[in-house]
Design a protein around this ligand. Structure first.
Ligand SMILES: [Zn+2]
Length: 255
């Protein structure tokens, strides 16, 4: 009877260990746009945060044991099972604003953290709204620092579901080509403008050579079995202090 008990106990231990070893990691992705010195009255707090608030958020991640990872690390985990740190997190900026270079990049560099900027390749160095976009030189400096990974947010930020076949492929292929040419690296990831996509655009993204595409949704995190053409991201707001910011992440990672 004793030996039966021992065998059962051994099997239980082996089972528990294997469950732990193969447990899926939960990777939340945070989405920012502009980082400025001070918010103007008309600024949308979900699109624009102050440098002080951004710094507070990054410090809160450190204080709670989060490690920023890149999309390459996430893909290595998905494809090859390469281990991730215990609490991985990805920081994103969309649209490629110059204020990312001016305010967010120095904070990240100082704190030894990493982020990905999805930029509109057609607007690099241009001013199309109140906030100008960074230049290719600034992009290259950030890329070479190892802090920032520049990826695609199409050429001109269209609603992808409303484009023709040719227009969609052009937005995807041309932005990939320009980033690869200017950054001297492979551009494998894209963020959908407005997070809008469908099966058809997903297939064209794969045909254009993208391995992963991001949406928004403000819900959930990503694991090994996530749909790589609908990677979930959480929009971060200026209205979140350190506590509500951490709570927002924890609620979306089931912690
Ligand atoms: Zn955008």
């Amino acid at each position: 009877m004793k030996s039966v008990f021992r065998i059962v106990l051994c099997m239980l231990i082996i089972f528990m260990t294997s469950v732990t070893a193969f447990a899926d990691m939960c990777v939340p992705i945070l989405l920012y746009h502009c980082v400025v010195e001070e918010l103007a009255e008309e600024d949308d707090p979900r699109m624009i945060v102050t440098a002080d608030r951004f710094s507070e958020h990054m410090q809160a991640l450190k204080d709670h044991g989060y490690d920023t990872i890149t999309y390459n690390q996430y893909m290595d985990y998905v494809k090859k099972g390469t281990p991730l740190p215990p609490k991985p997190i990805i920081i994103n900026f969309d649209d490629g604003y110059e204020n990312n270079y001016t305010y967010a990049y120095p904070i990240l560099r100082e704190m030894n953290m990493k982020a990905t900027i999805f930029t509109m390749a057609g607007y690099v160095g241009a001013t199309t709204t109140k906030y100008p976009h960074f230049t290719w030189e600034q992009a290259l400096e950030m890329e070479h620092s190892g802090v920032i990974d520049i990826q695609s947010h199409t050429m001109t930020h269209p609603m992808m579901s409303e484009l023709s076949y040719e227009e969609t492929l052009r937005e995807m292929r041309m932005s990939k080509y320009l980033i690869e040419k200017n950054m001297d690296k492979e551009c494998k990831y894209m963020a959908y403008p407005f997070g809008v996509h469908n099966k058809w655009t997903d297939n064209l993204g794969a045909a254009a050579g993208y391995e992963l595409m991001c949406v928004v949704g403000d819900n959930g995190a990503n694991g090994k079995d996530s749909d790589l053409y609908a990677i979930r991201r959480l929009t971060v707001s200026q209205d979140m202090d350190a506590d509500s910011f951490i709570k927002y992440i924890e609620e979306n990672t089931g912690m």
